[in-house]
Design a protein around this ligand. Structure first.
Ligand code: KIV
Ligand code: ZN
Length: 387
């Protein structure tokens, strides 16, 4: 079994399903470029058939963003599969991701279809996707509440139709790490052909277990994980990618897996997603929260001043917070400090632009002890509106 774990980022698709957010095509492109710098393996750029705007966003990302595989989601219906292909066909490495509900609850109450008809739809639409593109992923939606024998049969059939990645979706965040591990072990035991495809997991956070479930899955052989930056997504969100990445990176001794990720791009990705979606990151959020590397108590500060490892399990530099930008920004800060911090937040400005922003920064700094990242983002928004 390979030791490589791949990351499929779905911030632009499942992340956009967070209540109350919407992103423009240009905003999606900005995020996709940052995800490429972060070196995620696959970007799920959207759901091409869902709207003309989403189609356009997926198409532009496919044409303009290089490095990761570019993927579009698709229901198991012909029109969706065709739209997905039309949107991604210019990508260096395109992928179609077909999903269909496998649980009785979904099939009975939502799809209102017979389970054998659903099986046929899955098989036929994976085959249709395969006729366009070699790289096809299939997700049984609500897999964790599905009858196991039916699930095994569905997976066996879609593998025969050409699916190369099988993504076990914990759509409603129902799984618990121990039972999720048992389920994944059984899938590997009872589904013929599973050894020849990539086993993936897609965990939601309804019980606050999305990251734990994803890590538990990796322990028993999952080699692709799906999630979103800052853990955004439907309801309580998707698994937070930066938390999974840093758990694997920090506890290499336990997991022994390899990642392509450039962890030093995590902070910039987090700030960019927060700024564009308007979803703030709680201060005590692991890895990217404002307080994640701040020490308040005297004993802790004493330890950290002697050696950071006393109270830190990873260095701030590892997630993209270099020492110079851990410095407080205020009225004594210079242009270089301001520019470095703005770059870290995902803005690229030339010297002249920095000089313009710097005047407004000083006016603000005169009124405050510390100019925070959020203050800078508001300042940049105002600057862009007046430009
Ligand atoms: O949560 C889910 O089941 C999904 C699928 C479309 C993979 O997002
Ligand atoms: Zn989902």
């Amino acid at each position: 079994m390979t030791t490589q774990v791949k990351f499929l980022d779905t911030t632009l698709r499942d992340g956009e399903q967070s209540a109350g957010i919407g992103m423009t095509v240009d905003e999606k492109l900005q995020i996709a470029r940052q995800l490429a710098r972060l070196k995620v393996d696959i970007i799920e750029a959207g759901f091409a058939a869902s709207s003309p705007g989403d189609f356009q966003a997926v198409q532009r990302i496919a044409q303009e963003v290089h490095g990761p595989v570019i993927c579009s989601l698709s229901r198991a219906v012909a029109g969706d599969v065709d739209a997905a292909w039309n949107a991604i066909k210019d990508a260096d490495s395109p992928r179609i991701h077909v999903f269909l509900s496998s649980s009785e609850i979904h099939q009975m109450h939502q799809l209102r279809k017979d389970r054998e008809d659903v099986m046929t739809m899955a098989v036929e639409m994976v085959a249709r996707a395969k006729s366009y593109c070699d790289d096809v992923e299939f997700s049984p939606m609500d897999a964790t509440r599905t009858n196991p024998d039916y699930l095994y049969r569905m997976l066996e059939e879609v593998i025969k139709s050409g699916a190369k990645t099988i993504n076990i979706a914990d759509t409603v965040g129902y799984a618990i790490p121990s039972d999720f591990q048992a389920m994944l072990r059984d899938i590997q035991l009872y589904v013929p052909g599973i050894e020849g495809v990539t086993l993936s997991v897609h965990c939601h956070n309804d019980l606050g277990l999305a990251v734990s479930n994803s890590l538990a899955a990796i322990e028993v052989g999952a080699r692709q994980v799906e999630g979103c930056i800052n853990g955004i997504g439907e309801r309580a969100g998707n698994a937070s990618l930066e938390e999974i990445i840093m758990a694997l990176d920090t506890r290499k001794d336990l997991f022994g897996v390899e990642l392509n990720i450039d962890t030093t791009q995590i902070y910039a990705a987090s700030r960019l997603v927060s700024r564009i979606t308007g979803m703030s990151v709680q201060a005590n959020k692991a890895i990217v929260g404002e307080n994640a590397f701040r020490h308040a108590s005297g004993i802790h500060q004493d330890g950290v001043l002697k050696d950071r490892s006393t109270y830190e399990v990873m260095s701030p530099e590892r997630v993209g917070l270099p020492p110079e930008v851990q410095l407080v920004l205020g009225k004594l800060s210079g242009r270089a400090g301001l520019q470095a911090r703005l770059e870290l937040l995902g803005y690229s400005l030339d010297r002249e632009e920095v000089t313009g922003v710097y005047q407004r920064f000083l006016e603000l700094a005169d009124k405050k002890n510390e100019v925070t990242d959020r203050d800078l983002e508001i300042l940049m928004d105002e600057e862009n509106r007046t430009a």
